[in-house]
Design a binder for this molecule. Structure first.
Ligand SMILES: [Fe+2]
Ligand SMILES: [Fe+2]
Length: 196
């Protein structure tokens, strides 16, 4: 039986049976596959959401994500920031009530610590802008004084809470090369830092 990258599979069927050579082999092949596939899973997941329900807003989560990224691009944000905007709600349907942490983890190692924190905590910050709702608009105050507090507030004000109306956004294909560049670079850096 061949592996997905065209190399023969090892004989061991458990971790404990695998020899030192086996470990070198599967680790190398695994890393090559990860490198080759960098960015693909997040793009595939986002693309799969094209027709999700809109929950009553003028746009669905897919359009919202593209709108956030397009606004960031047009405002001259960095490529890393644009990708974070594109993916900040990537996991909305996996767990709506913890989707910021899931998206944060999807971006971990690929963006700065600040940007990771911003995405991983945007749920509580965007509550601040629900002016006429029954939600707790002061919930983010628990983070007051945190070094990334202002960055999170800025993200939600400019690239989240304002992206629910019709807007001339760019297609996903426009952002794909940015995602691949960021993830390929991130995977390379991670592998260099963690040989095992
Ligand atoms: Fe969100
Ligand atoms: Fe959002």
């Amino acid at each position: 039986m061949d592996t997905i990258v065209g190399h023969p599979a090892i004989k061991a069927t458990t971790f404990r049976e695998a020899t030192a050579e086996d470990w070198d082999y599967v680790t190398r092949l695994g890393r090559e596959a990860i490198q080759k596939n960098a960015g693909r899973p997040v793009i595939d997941l986002l693309r799969s959401q094209k027709d999700v329900p809109n929950h009553g807003w003028q746009v669905n989560n897919y359009e919202h994500s593209l709108q956030c990224a397009t606004r960031a691009l047009r405002n001259g944000e960095t490529e890393e920031y644009i990708v974070a905007c594109l993916l900040h709600d990537l996991c909305q349907d996996l767990n709506p009530y913890n989707h910021d942490k899931l998206a944060g983890d999807a971006l971990r190692y690929y963006v700065s610590d600040e940007l990771h924190w911003v995405v991983a905590n945007h749920q509580v910050f965007q509550l601040s802008f629900r002016d006429h709702s029954k939600f707790d608009r002061t919930a983010c105050e628990k983070f007051r004084g945190h070094p990334h507090f202002e960055a999170a507030m800025r993200f939600c004000e400019h690239y989240d809470m304002n992206c629910f109306g019709k807007y001339d956004y760019l297609p996903l294909e426009h952002f794909e090369p940015m995602v691949y560049r960021l993830y390929e670079k991130g995977v390379q850096a991670f592998h260099a830092k963690h040989p095992y």
